[in-house]
Design a protein around this ligand. Structure first.
Ligand code: SF4
Ligand code: SF4
Length: 98
């Protein structure tokens, strides 16, 4: 079995690094929809905690640079309000084992 399955999420985060793509691979399509989204599950579901509601600006803030490419946010957004692609080839998260 791969070592991947024996690691906690904290362990996985500790064994990763990122090749940052200058072009975001995630963005929120419409902040107005986020304002109406009561539960805001992206904040809870993202294991890297990349989504954070800003009450002052009433916008969902997000950061693509630490994305683990798990796809959770795409699945749990009830309004399909997140655009998500894999980063360009060779960019994004790099898992290291061994
Ligand atoms: S789950 Fe989707 S609609 Fe709701 S706050 Fe997050 S990005 Fe916006
Ligand atoms: S793909 Fe995973 S790590 Fe990346 S922003 Fe979505 S939930 Fe967070």
């Amino acid at each position: 079995m791969s070592k991947l399955f024996n690691l906690s999420i904290e362990d996985k985060l500790a064994t990763t690094h990122f090749e940052i793509d200058s072009k975001p691979h995630i963005w929120i399509k419409d902040q107005e929809i986020c304002r109406k989204c009561n539960e805001k599950p992206c904040q809870i579901g993202c294991p890297a905690k990349l989504y954070e509601w800003n009450e002052d600006s009433r916008e969902m803030m997000y950061n693509y640079e630490g994305c683990l490419e798990c796809g959770t946010c795409l699945l749990i957004c009830p309004y399909e309000n997140i655009h998500w692609d894999y980063p360009a080839g060779g960019k994004g998260v790099v898992y290291r084992f061994g």
